[in-house]
Design a protein around this ligand. Sequence first.
Ligand SMILES: Nc1ncnc2c1ncn2[C@@H]1O[C@H](COP(=O)(O)OP(=O)(O)OP(=O)(O)O)[C@@H](O)[C@H]1O
Ligand SMILES: [Mg+2]
Length: 493
Amino acid sequence: MKHENGTSTEAGWNLDNSYARLPKAFFTSIKPAPVHSPKLIVFNESLASSLGFDAQALKSEEGVEVFAGNQLPEGSHPLAQAYAGHQFGHFTMLGDGRAILLGEQITPEGDRFDIQLKGSGRTPYSRGGDGRATLGPMLREHIISEAMHALGIATTRSLAVVITGEGVLRETELPGAILTRVASSHIRVGTFQYVAKWGSEEELRSLADYTLQRHFPDADTSGNPYLVLLQEVMKRQAVLIAKWQLVGFIHGVMNTDNMALCGETIDYGPCAFMDTYDPETVFSSIDRQGRYAYSNQPYIAAWNLARLAETLLPLLDNDKEEAIKIAEKELSNFTELYRCNWINGMRAKLGIFNEEQQDEDLIEELFTMMQKYRADFTNTFRALTFDTLEDTSLHGYDDFDQWYKRWQERLERQQETKETSRELMQKSNPAVIPRNHRVEEALDAAVEKGDYSLMERLLEVLSKPFAHSPEQGADYFAQPSQSKQPYRTFCGT
Ligand SMILES: Nc1ncnc2c1ncn2[C@@H]1O[C@H](COP(=O)(O)OP(=O)(O)OP(=O)(O)O)[C@@H](O)[C@H]1O
Ligand SMILES: [Mg+2]
């Protein structure tokens, strides 16, 4: 059955538009700009099904017209969201300059997910930009976000990537593409910054109430609800950033507009995973000061949360001084909150179930050696899951061999058997991550030659990162050959 204003219901569209019911200043109603001749490049079948879509219908010509922005799905109220943000520490007005929210898909389980097109044309927030995206960065977002999901790290998802059939001018002309992003919501720290700066207190309260209701409906808000909002957001960020650190993920552009209150990783621009362990690692070509280096990520998260807390001050207490006191006291808990998540995650990586005071020293010593001997982050932990010292990548260094012995003794001081420990370690240490050279190789083949086979194979391997199976192939475990140039990433515009 075809509807006047959109695609057929057979595809399973079930959209609500709660964001569009918020104050008008929060967004601009606008349709995606049509494209010439779209073609579906990537389609995420399992995600489509879990959202209640009929995968076949969605893959049809009609479905592709939706992913391209040429047709609206039934029930859509398309809009671009307004937000601000601190970019590398500098506050500025932003907003969806190349994205359109189609609506919120309500799943058969009753969950709500934003369906957003990224690369769908100009909006009032585009500033000088063309509103478009190119194929390489959109495929990159698809690969890395799906890898993150498989690693058990909260993330926005990618439902589809289409090429638009139109060229997009960057340094050269590149194929245009649109990614359909799925997120628990796109409410960012920057969304609060925008409303706090330019909206009324009433508008700020409505955004805070909406966020509480949408993301933390079970939280006890009988006390100070806006303090609860801050606490809950802090908890999710502590979990998220700890998980990034535990797999060596570097986001690369942790501006406040790229931090989502729902606690999902968002905006896969210059992100990358670390090969050789070095806490100072920076991949992004524009991060010259190392603001978003690996070891800085927890501090930047705290900084961003402080910016969020500032926006909430008028809601925290009528008395400004009192509000500041409440916010500061709360923010001071973040370091410990993060540390708890991180240390528990590290215990699991080392197969440790119970807690001992000296665990932190044991862990720190391992990292010191990893840095000293330029060990591969993923492979070091993967090798520890093997049975013997001889199998470990740092075997032969005296300090490491002694450390290994102490670690073994530590494992003996718990009830769990060696076998149970190893199971925990295998679940906590991925065998494969999206290594930069593999990602680049897959993207080159796709963009330069229209050959998607390398990407498909990579996606398959990355979908089971904890399988520890030889079928995954040594190719995906191996570090890149040493090159003189450090790996560099670029913002995905
Ligand atoms: N080609 C473009 N045209 C217009 N605006 C753009 C373009 N590229 C980026 N922007 C805007 O610049 C700002 C910062 O870009 P950033 O790279 O953080 O976001 P993004 O990758 O486009 O989107 P998101 O954070 O939604 O993943 C955002 O407001 C974004 O919409
Ligand atoms: Mg962004």
